[in-house]
Design a protein around this ligand. Structure first.
Ligand code: PYC
Length: 332
């Protein structure tokens, strides 16, 4: 039987939705969050589809479940759910999850202002600041990010030739910078991004095989990060991140910002300790920083951080009953 009632805290991080599911969790097998993610995808994907897709969700919907830590020193674990699947890591999702969980009294870290989170992509530490009961900001110390491929040439129907880079920041990002056949996001509208991104993604995945060198369950270039000129004088760059089938991230995208900083670092355009203020398609901002350098499977990587804020918009009890023909959602 596939049915249940799920309590949720809804809100957004810098404009992009976050649905923190606070009851109705399935029991997951595995000793790491990566293993639990595999178990969820194989056995409980109906929960993701029911809570993310229309009519209970929408194209941009993104959410998370909190579980006990899977490491001895962790405070909690997080499983991410989205219209596109179960991401190994989601920056805007984690900033929202921690904000809502702290504000709702669901999370009591050992050390005030510090949280240790086990995610499917690995350990992410977080700092936060509170004013009364309100969380003002959350800063994530994300998993190591690295440039995976440089100067990949693809042919995209309706655009022509494009040269792209691919970087990892918790997911694999195809990064498209302004060039002859792409003028920058400031000259495009949302429908151009929605039209061309799936074709760019298909072309890249037919050309290169993106697999995380330390965790083969993390594979495939899933997100397209189009770049361009920012609108705020204090932003260093702007982006429009496409994910799933129809989503453009309303936030500046935490894992995308990490990937972009890794790309710029590898090209000598950003240094350790540099702040990188990244602007989203709607003009909201994350403050990124390269905290240090490290290695992933013997190759250079950065230790990225991202700071952002979230706001709650409401709470809900969502029921899913398999006698509803649209219990598990639909996409148009
Ligand atoms: O913030 O990492 C992120 C993210 C991934 C997909 C949408 N947002």
């Amino acid at each position: 039987m596939r049915r249940g009632t799920f309590s949720c805290i809804d809100g957004h991080t810098c404009g992009n939705p976050v649905r923190l599911i606070t009851s109705g969790h399935p029991v997951l097998k595995g000793s790491t969050m990566s293993e639990k993610r595999q178990h969820f995808m194989a056995n409980f994907d109906w929960i993701r589809q029911a809570l993310m897709f229309e009519p209970r969700g929408h194209d941009m919907m993104s959410g998370a479940f909190i579980y006990p830590p899977t490491t001895v020193d962790g405070d909690l674990s997080v499983l991410f759910v989205e219209t596109s699947g179960c991401l190994p890591m989601c920056g805007h999702g984690l900033i929202g999850t921690l904000t809502f969980a702290l504000q709702a009294g669901l999370l009591h870290p050992e050390q005030e202002g510090r949280i240790k989170v086990d995610t499917p992509a690995g350990r992410v530490n977080a700092h936060y600041a509170k004013l009364g009961n309100r969380v003002e900001w959350v800063k994530l110390f994300n998993v190591p990010a690295f440039l995976a491929y440089e100067n990949i040439d693809i042919e995209v129907p309706g655009i022509g030739a494009l040269r792209v880079d691919i970087a990892y920041g918790g997911n694999f990002y195809i990064i498209v910078e302004p060039q002859q056949n792409f003028p920058g996001i400031e000259q495009w509208n949302a429908s151009d991004i929605l039209l061309f991104s799936p074709q760019v993604r298909d072309a890249v995945n037919q050309t290169v095989d993106c697999v995380h060198p330390e965790n083969a369950t993390v594979h495939g270039a899933s997100h397209v990060l189009w770049t361009g000129k920012p609108t705020h004088p204090n932003s260093h760059a702007a982006n429009a991140v496409f994910y799933g089938d129809k989503a453009i991230d309303r936030s500046p995208c935490g894992t995308g910002t990490s990937a972009r900083m890794a790309q710029l670092f590898a090209k000598g355009q950003l240094q350790v300790n540099d702040d990188f203020v990244h602007e989203s398609f709607i003009g909201s901002q994350f403050v990124g920083c390269i905290e240090g350098v490290t290695e992933v499977a013997g190759n250079a990587a950065i230790q990225p951080s991202i700071r952002g804020w979230s706001k709650m918009t409401g709470t809900s009890n969502i029921c899913v009953d398999d006698d509803d023909p649209y219990a598990f959602g639909f996409q148009v």
